[in-house]
Ligand binder design. Sequence first.
Ligand SMILES: [Zn+2]
Ligand SMILES: [Zn+2]
Length: 424
Amino acid sequence: MTILKFKEEMEPIIQQIDLTFINENVLCDSCLGRIFAKLGQGDTDAEGLTNDARGRAIHEMVELPSPASPSDCWLCEGIATDHPRMADLAISQMSDWEYDSFLVGSKFDPEIVEKEEMVWSQVSGEFSEPIKAEFNREVGKYIYSITKKDVEFNKPDIVAVIDTMYESVNLQIAPLFIYGRYTKTVRGIPQTRWPCRECLGKGCERCGQTGKMYQTSVEEIIGQHVIHYSDGNDHKFHGMGREDVDALMKGRGRPFVIEIKEPKTRNVPLDQIMKDIQDSNMGAGATEMRITNNDEVVKVKNARPEKQYIISGIIEGEFSEEKLKEVVVSLGGKIIEQRTPTRVKHRRADKIRKRQIKEISLLGLSGNIMSLAVTAEAGTYIKELVHGDDGRTQPSIAGELGVKVQIQELDVLEILDSKELGAE
Ligand SMILES: [Zn+2]
Ligand SMILES: [Zn+2]
């Protein structure tokens, strides 16, 4: 069917084309057919002709020489008929890795690319396909036929770049992305790896040759277990915001995506990983883990969820419980103005942010130690809401009470991300 269609479309065209150049520079069937690749195309890929079949059809239509062997082809020197061997080469390289999808890329001798352009200018370039596009597609088809792994253009697990000059394969392994929520049950653990400020990770006296400001992090506690099962070589951690090093992360935990570089195994036992993290008793836990992709990294990074906190502080100065309760009630629903806090001023632009306190309540008061529950918009500085930061946050608990407040502890109780709010 398609071969007839091709010949039909080809007939008027071949009459008008000067074939002198390909009479002198003999092409294999693939290279000949590729000049007219856009003719005789089927509706689906399976219906389409190969360029090889196109070349054979052209030979039936006009008198043209054929190379004695494929390697005598003036243009490709045999590459266009060597797809199965190149596919086998890629398959054997990829066999060390677990993958469900792949894509073939290639590198060609610049001389071949130049010769191809010569053909286009001397014969016709109107209907042609580059040799590289044909190679990538045909080798991909062979790999699929053997491995049954899918060719994937968008986010393949592996890209196999075949260098046709040196017959070598360079693999690009896509990272493995795992979504989850983490909790933190021990203070003094940062969310991500924190290299020593002094030596930037090399190891010095200050950090006791560890190269770290903190001995571990949520990232490392989770990452080491995922690395163990995926046999990856490094990790990167993307959290939906972060809490202070000295704050606990409670409730369902904070959403994150951990990225594992060059994983040998992609179908990792997530339940086992979560259990191992739990059993390691390092101060962090992970729940709700599932395999995801890098789109979710963007979502997690851009989310602006409300958060619930518990904060306790020591009130220094004269106050009455009644007045304190009054102040707390007055802040509920209030939009407060926060000038960039003194403690982060050195790394953030000095400006005034308006944030809404959604809910606030006094959980307890024992002597001059108070404990508050606060639900606030993303980006609210909670410590400053309580101690006032010398008037830089207006209004604040300390400011309204006319006292000073020393923060004791701040913990994140819940991250109210979109799913929980039912917005998604
Ligand atoms: Zn050829
Ligand atoms: Zn150091």
